[in-house]
Design a protein around this ligand. Structure first.
Ligand SMILES: NC(=O)c1ccc[n+]([C@@H]2O[C@H](COP(=O)([O-])OP(=O)(O)OC[C@H]3O[C@@H](n4cnc5c(N)ncnc54)[C@H](OP(=O)(O)O)[C@@H]3O)[C@@H](O)[C@H]2O)c1
Length: 325
């Protein structure tokens, strides 16, 4: 089969197409013929960062090939002897073996049955491949950690991006008042997703406009000042700060509680099995009903993986980038 391997840590061009054997499956896995691959910022981070490769990819140093990627949609072509939920021909999608070696940049993947869900028939492989890590992260943040309620006022940073565009849609669907934050170029897109208000981070300071949010979904890293300090100011007493990038230190967490009664939570997409399936099935149902949609800004063929990486690492992605074997 064709697969994209990382020759060595570094630039997008280090991702090269080669032929390797189709993977063997274990008794609890399914062999999936991949129809679409979702690309995430972490893919580019792992590609260029030794520590991330060691931790996120669980690199041992003895691998014949490094194959990145964790998000796929495709067709089951073989099932392991203990598999009960799927049969040949089923269309599935999922974010799998994260953290670890999922080897998703390939024509076929060996995926644990427990980490795949059925793709709704009316949702394309491309849309499903997008609604994996990014959608799951948005769900875990807003719904699991944030416990969003109807009428909540929610600030979504990075509202035009992969995670953010799902976070806006989940929040709206469940009855929140949504403020989306991105650069001005994202205004029409974010409002089109259903956001009630838009804030342009290049010319406006969100914490001077909103000071009574129930939830802030913070996906922003900044070197000059801690973005989570600003997000804290935008929350009302009793609110919740959801931090997807920064690991807030205990002193910050205690101060937020003591001074403002704000709960600070670090959000990770990493999933225990039972909540993973529950959350992914909820996402599949929302996709099937049309309540949420994956917006795809670019589709590349497998051999152009380097272009997909060059684009995702700009950090200015609108919706999702998809690669097709
Ligand atoms: N903790 C976890 O488990 C987890 C899981 C998934 C992702 N993440 C992280 O979450 C972040 C977002 O992921 P993603 O997939 O959505 O990335 P993405 O598709 O690249 O989107 C990033 C978005 O952030 C916006 N943005 C940049 N600077 C901003 C600022 N100062 N204020 C508000 N918005 C800003 C960009 O909009 P403009 O183009 O308008 O600037 C872009 O739409 C990434 O850093 C990713 O690594 C964490």
């Amino acid at each position: 089969m064709r697969a994209i391997v990382l020759k060595e840590i570094g630039a997008p061009e280090n991702l090269v197409l080669i032929d390797i054997p189709t993977p063997a499956i274990t008794e609890n896995e399914v062999l999936v013929q991949v129809k679409a691959i979702g690309i995430n910022p972490v893919d580019a981070f792992v590609r260029r960062t030794k520590e991330a490769l060691d931790w996120v990819y669980q690199y041992k140093g003895t691998e014949e090939h490094i194959i990145l990627g964790w998000d796929v949609a495709g067709v089951v072509v073989e099932t392991g002897s203990a598999v009960t939920r799927f049969k040949k021909g089923d269309e599935v999608f999922g974010n799998f073996k994260f953290v670890g070696q999922a080897n998703a940049y390939a024509e076929y993947v060996a995926a644990p049955e427990a980490e795949m869900v059925l793709k709704p028939a009316n949702v394309s492989f491309e849309e499903a491949a997008g609604a994996t890590m990014a959608a799951l992260t948005a769900w875990v943040s807003i719904m699991d950690h944030g416990q969003l309620k109807k009428g909540d006022k929610v600030i979504i940073h990075g509202a035009s991006g992969g995670v953010g565009h799902y976070a806006v849609q989940f929040s709206k669907h469940f009855g929140a008042y949504v403020i989306g934050v991105s650069a001005a170029s994202g205004r029409e897109f974010v409002l089109g997703l259903g956001a009630d208000e838009f804030i342009d981070y290049e010319t406006q300071r969100f914490e001077e406009i909103i000071t009574d949010a129930d939830l802030v979904h913070d996906t922003v890293w900044s070197d000059d000042e801690r973005h989570i300090e600003r997000s804290l100011k935008a929350l009302k007493p009793g609110g919740t700060l959801l931090s997807l990038i920064v690991y807030p230190d205990p002193e910050f967490i205690e101060r937020a509680k003591a001074e403002k009664d704000v709960t600070v939570l670090r959000v990770n997409v990493r999933h225990p099995e039972e909540s993973y399936l529950r959350d992914m099935q909820a996402i599949a149902a929302l996709l099937a009903s049309g309540a949420i949609k994956t917006h795809i800004s670019s589709i590349f063929p497998l051999e152009e993986m380097a272009k997909a990486h060059a684009l995702i690492q700009t950090k200015n992605t609108v919706g999702k980038i998809i690669v097709k074997p």
